[in-house]
Design a protein around this ligand. Structure first.
Ligand SMILES: Nc1ncnc2c1ncn2[C@@H]1O[C@H](COP(=O)(O)OP(=O)(O)OP(=O)(O)O)[C@@H](O)[C@H]1O
Length: 310
């Protein structure tokens, strides 16, 4: 079953070609990370999925229907959306805000209270929203998105304004929803920490999909080197000499601090390097790092093609 399908979608606003032939698919219980520079087309993609905009060309299908058509209104109850800059009536309390949206989504006041508890706002539920911190407003936004137990959840920059613990809690909630079969599209500029919570990443650049796949598929496609860090009690010069023989396997040796050196190597050399390094009695620790999502993003969007920031 497919929740969302975009086939060769183009979207223009006057002379601006916001999307130029993008194709994407999302299934139940899947989290798709949608990444791209400012103006890449992420919000436009979300708006097309929500039916707030119509494609200039191509097909958008959500739950098998066109979301911009009037007969889609019933399906809207199964979609949760957290917009980028979430804003609420400042004079209302958190509970009042949620009950207001709850009535629109035909959700009981009991579910609103349960959600306030779940997102950690029960203690502030009867305070006016104008007294909330940015993170608290963001949590309320998330509660609003979860009101109708969505089958499809669209999150635009959901962790902006959240502290590290709130960010972790947020991602645990996304993991939980995924486990319950909810499909999630997550747009973010904050890449660290996202990797382990997404199944696939779509990297947009100038309205086109530059890369799409699981992180291991993107790593294979980019073929970027992995990094190897070696820690030793030896002085840096001595350690460099000891490891000189490995230069056929790893390149660009550079010191990280007094006791640690780092190189880059083709991922296929990993086991050979590991065997050689573990035989050296002066080495205390070895760390291999696959190219991070940020490095992949840079490769596909910045290094690999010219992108005009907007
Ligand atoms: N209603 C509109 N009218 C005219 N141009 C628009 C409109 N909406 C979006 N655009 C343009 O379409 C392009 C894509 O915008 P979009 O908001 O989708 O980007 P984004 O990837 O979400 O960016 P950001 O990360 O900055 O939020 C931009 O050039 C933007 O200026």
């Amino acid at each position: 079953m497919t929740l969302v399908q975009l086939d060769q979608v183009h979207k223009s606003f006057g002379n601006v070609q916001a999307l130029q032939g993008i194709s994407l698919r999302l299934g139940p219980g899947e989290v798709l990370g949608l990444f791209g520079h400012n103006g890449a087309g992420k919000t436009t993609t979300m708006k097309l999925i929500l039916g707030l905009e119509q494609p200039s060309q191509g097909d958008v299908s959500v739950f098998g229907l066109q979301p911009s058509q009037p007969h889609f209104s019933q399906q809207r109850f199964s979609i949760g959306f957290l917009p980028e800059n979430v804003a609420f009536y400042p004079q209302l309390t958190g509970r009042e805000v949620l009950r207001y949206f709850g009535r629109l989504k035909r959700v009981s006041p009991q579910r609103c209270s349960a959600l306030l508890d779940r997102i950690g706002l029960a203690h502030a539920a009867d305070r006016k929203v104008k007294t909330y911190s940015k993170g608290m407003r963001q949590r309320l936004g998330l509660a609003q998105a979860l009101l109708s137990e969505p089958k499809l959840l669209l999150l635009d920059e959901p962790t902006v304004g959240l502290d590290p613990i709130a960010t972790q809690d947020f991602y645990s909630m996304v993991d939980e929803l995924r486990g319950q079969g909810c499909g999630v599209i997550l747009c973010s500029h904050v890449l660290p920490g996202v990797e382990q919570h997404i199944d696939r990443a779509a990297i947009l650049g100038n309205g086109q999909v530059r890369a799409l796949g699981s992180l291991s598929q993107l790593r294979q496609q980019a073929n970027l080197p992995m990094s190897i860090r070696v820690k030793s009690t030896l002085a840096r010069n001595q350690l460099q000499q000891e490891l000189d023989s490995l230069t056929t396997l790893a390149k660009g040796m550079r010191p990280i601090n007094g006791s640690t050196l780092e190189w880059e190597s083709d991922p296929s050399n990993k086991m050979q390097l590991l065997r050689a390094l573990t035989q050296n009695p002066h080495i205390d620790d070895i760390e291999f790092q696959q190219p991070s999502l940020e490095k992949l993003y840079r490769y596909f969007v910045e290094d690999h093609d010219e992108v005009t920031p907007q």
